[in-house]
Design a protein around this ligand. Structure first.
Ligand code: ADP
Ligand code: MG
Length: 240
């Protein structure tokens, strides 16, 4: 599991995470909601060891993420990450993009990497796009490629940072459907999202971030439909 324990994180004088604690169990889907600048992305970067922390501890499968002796590259192989805007390599086909990390990072043979990449592209509904160049695809298809690329590394966890925020409204659904499928298959996920319907229906729990703290966390439907903290109530009344 992922265990975030009283994490503090500053950029210079700006304290962005002010004592965040969050346990995500295997198979659980947690959606993180909250206003812009509340620290949601920073939390994901700290879990992935992209950003160091100032205080507290983050464990992934009991490995201390920020300990000096921790092999960060090995750790990151467990954590698939997808961003809002994912730029695939434009000069490579969809299949080459999806096979790249297994080849380079996991040092798989070309055949093995291609086989896994094909499987994951089919998994996200891109089985007919192997030879297409990513720039020829819609934003929704490109985000599904990003998800397939992460899945090709066989991660134990997926960290998703607003993966539908840059998409035209009509393309959001196909990406959320892909995440829904992963959730049903038991993938453990932390999803930073502005899609309240998705948070309510697909996640097990929802955490509401406010100014660097988790102001409310609970069962997904309860937090979205009947928030207890006035701050959560105010946020939800604005985004709906
Ligand atoms: P969110 O994802 O909730 O919108 P972020 O985690 O991206 O929020 O950012 C939280 C705060 O930290 C913001 O005020 C942002 O400007 C600041 N911040 C994020 N990354 C950096 C950085 N690399 N250097 C300085 N400040 C940063
Ligand atoms: Mg963000």
């Amino acid at each position: 599991m992922i265990s975030v324990q009283n994490v503090h994180k500053s950029f210079g004088d700006l304290e962005v995470l002010k004592g965040v604690s969050l346990d995500v169990k295997k198979g659980e889907v947690v959606s993180v909601i909250g206003g812009s600048g509340s620290g949601k992305s920073t939390l994901l970067y700290c879990i992935n060891a992209i950003e160091p922390i100032n205080r507290g501890k983050i464990l992934v499968d009991d490995v201390d993420v920020h300990a000096k002796e921790t092999n960060k590259d090995k750790l990151r192989q467990k954590l698939g990450m997808v961003f809002q805007q994912w730029n695939s390599f434009p000069h490579m086909t969809v299949l080459e993009n999806a096979a790249l990390a297994p080849r380079i990072v996991k040092k798989m043979s070309k055949e093995e990497a291609i086989e896994i990449a094909k499987k994951e592209l089919e998994h996200v509904g891109l089985g007919d796009k192997f030879d297409v160049y990513p720039t020829k695809m819609s934003g929704g298809q490109q985000q599904r490629l990003a998800i397939a690329r992460a899945l090709a590394m066989k991660p134990d966890y997926m960290l998703l940072d607003e993966v539908t925020s840059a998409l035209d409204p009509e393309l959001v659904g196909e990406v959320l459907d892909t995440l829904r499928l992963l959730a049903e298959e038991g993938m453990t996920m932390i999803c930073v999202t502005h899609e309240m319907g998705f948070a309510r229906d697909v996640s097990d729990r929802v955490a509401y971030f406010h100014e660097g703290v988790i102001a409310e966390i609970g069962e997904a439907r309860q937090v979205i439909t009947d928030p207890q903290n006035p701050l959560t109530q105010k946020f939800l009344s604005k985004v709906r």
